[in-house]
Design a binder for this molecule. Structure first.
Ligand code: PGA
Length: 234
């Protein structure tokens, strides 16, 4: 099981340090075997002791250079970061990243051996158009992506479920994960309004190998309880 926290544009460096200390302590005390990944904002990246894998929410496909406002791998290397989130719906739909740009980024970080948590997910109108339209949409988000890359994790996150409190039915998650499983043997995460109250149900669904959590990951204590629920499914 993989339990990942995406802080988005939340938390300061100090708050992130306290959070990492608490989660690392929990993992150590409870002898957690699940893989726990935390994606803090860029300003909170640091070298943290412990078992949590530190990832970056975004980076530019470059080592270093003249790319104002971006970070490259030289900056990530300083903190030993080898994990990146690519294709998140906010980067696709709010920040306007095209599939071509996303695939370029994927291939750059793949060449460097990064663990890539690669996100796909449909908007509500596509969901309403039925399963065929939905899978066609998701397939378009997989163009240019090596689905058997050994360090790939795929996260299915319906756009309409992110930060809304809405979650697809268990059957809908099961059926999309089954379709994704037919395309890739890599771990499949579900994301979108995962919280303590629905964690157990979601990680019990077939082909759900973990979760990517936004809002509900911001409280270390409840995130730790979510990790424990995933741990009990191993
Ligand atoms: P949410 O976000 O848990 O707040 O819905 C999930 C995500 O965007 O990864």
């Amino acid at each position: 099981m993989i339990v990942a926290a995406n802080f988005k544009t939340n938390k300061t460096r100090t708050q992130t340090r306290e959070y990492m200390d608490e989660v690392n302590r929990f993992i150590h005390l409870e002898k957690i075997r699940c893989e726990v990944i935390v994606f803090p904002p860029l300003t909170a990246l640091d070298s943290f002791m412990g078992e949590v894998t530190l990832g970056v929410q975004n980076a530019y496909a470059v080592e270093k250079g003249a790319f104002t406002g971006e970070v490259g791998t030289e900056q990530l290397d300083e903190f030993g970061i080898q994990t990146i989130l690519i294709g998140h719906s906010e980067r696709r739909h709010v920040l306007g990243e095209s599939q071509e740009e996303i695939a370029h980024k994927f291939n750059y970080f793949k060449e460097l051996g990064y663990k890539i948590v690669y996100c796909v997910g449909e908007k509500v109108e596509t969901r309403e158009a039925g399963q065929e339209a939905l899978m066609a949409y998701i397939n378009a988000q997989l163009v240019g992506i090596d689905l058997e890359y050994s360090n790939l994790v795929i996260a299915y996150e319906p756009v309409w479920a992110i930060g809304t409190g809405l979650v697809p039915s268990n059957e809908d998650i099961r059926s999309i994960h089954a379709d994704l499983r037919a395309k890739s043997s890599r771990p499949l995460l579900y994301g979108g309004s995962v919280k303590l109250g629905n964690m157990d149900e979601i990680v019990s669904i077939e082909n759900v190998d973990g979760v990517l959590v936004g809002g509900a990951s911001l409280y270390a204590q409840s995130f730790c309880q979510m990790i424990k629920i995933a741990e009990d499914k191993i």
